[in-house]
Design a protein around this ligand. Sequence first.
Ligand SMILES: Cc1ncc(COP(=O)(O)O)c(C=O)c1O
Length: 413
Amino acid sequence: MSAAFSAIEERAATVLMHTYAPQRVAMRTGKGCILTDVDGREYLDLAGGIAVNVLGHAHPAVLGILVEQAARAIHLSNLYFSEPQLEAAEKLVATAFPSRVYFCNSGAEAIETAIKIARKWGKLNRNGASTIICARGAFHGRTMGALAATANRHYREPFEPLPRGFIHVAYDDLGAVESAIDDSTVAVLMEPIEGQSGVVPMSDETLRGLRRLCDERNLLLMLDEIQSGMGRTGRWWAHQHAGIVPDVMAVAKGLGGGLPIGATLAGPRADIFTLSDHGSTFGGGPLVTAVAAAVIDAILREGLVESAARVGERLRAGLLRLAQAGAPIAEVRGRGLMLGVVLTQPVAQQLVETALRGGLLITATGASALRLVPPLILSEAQADEAVERLAAAFDLVAAAAARTGATPEGGKP
Ligand SMILES: Cc1ncc(COP(=O)(O)O)c(C=O)c1O
C-alpha cells in the first residue's frame, strides 16, 4: 500500500462510521469506464458505482448541464414550479408508462413513497388493507419501511421492531404470492431482477402472472426497478421484457448519472396522493432533475439501451467461455449489462480483490456470486478486456489455493 493510500485509510478509520467495508483503494478521478486511484493506477470499471454511473464518468452531457444549471439555480424548493423538474418527469414517463412522478433523493426514499401510496390506496380501495407481499432475497433499501420490505435478516434484526405489514414469500413463484393473498393484502412489491442477492431474474411468465393476479384480486403491482432500470437490461425497464405495466415503479441509481435522485411513478390506478401526502425539501431540485433529463436524452441519443443488450450478450458469451475453459462458474444469469456470475466455490471476495489488483472493478454479492453492472457506455472491446482480466483473476485465485494446498475458503473443488 502506498503512503498516500495508508494516510487516507487512517483518516477514514478516525472520522467515518464503520458502515462500509471499502476495497483497499482510494479513487480520485474517472473518465468513461476508467477510474484512476490516488497513486495513478487505472481500473476498468464494471462496478459502475453499483449500477449508478450509466454514462460512465465525466460524460460531457452530464458535465455540461451541471455547470449550466448550477449557474441558473441549484436549489429552489417545491414552493415554486421549475422547468427542469417538469422536463425530467416528462422524459421519464415517456420511457415508462402513463403515470405521474414524485421525485425524491434515493432508492430507499422511492420505496418509502411506494409504501405510502399502497397504505393510502388500501384505505381508499380495500377497507384499510395494508399488507405488502414482498420476496425472499429482496433488497429495497435501509430506511425503516424499505428495510421492512427487505427480507435479509442480517440487515433487519438489529433495528427491529420494524413497521408491520410486510410478508416475504419465495421469489419468482406465482403460486406462493397467490397463497399469501388475503383480505389484509394491498400490494405486491418485487424486483424484476433481484440485484443484491446475486442477480436473480424473475421469469417473464411470473411477471405477467403477477400483473394478472393483481388485476383479478384488486391489488397494486409495485416494481422496484432501482437497479434493473434505466436501460441496463436492454429495455428501459426490465418489466418491459414481459410486456406488462406496473401500477407503481421505484427508480433511482442511474437516473441522476451519479447525482442522488430517486423517483416513484404511479399509474392512473395508484395516482392517489393529494396535497401534503408526501414531500421532501431536496426532492426534484433543479440541479438533479436537469441532469436526470440530460441523462435520459444521452441514453436515447447514444442508443445505450440497445448497446446494453448487445455488449451484455458479448460479456455473457465471454464469461461462458471462461466457464467452458474450467473457471469455477456454475451459471451466468441476468439480462443486458446486469449480470450475475454464480461460482462453484465461495471465492467471490477473493476474486473481487484479485481483479482489483489486476485493474478490474467488479462487485460480489454473497460469498459465491459476482455482479457486473458496468456503465452502459461499455464498449465491446472493454467487455473483452474485462473477460481477460477476470480470467487472470480466476487463475491467480486458483494458483493461491493450490499453493496453500486447500480449496479457497474451504470450498468444494
Ligand atoms: C433494488 C434496489 N432497491 C433499493 C435500493 C436502495 O437504494 P438506495 O441505496 O439509493 O437507497 C437498492 C440499492 O442497492 C436496490 O438495489
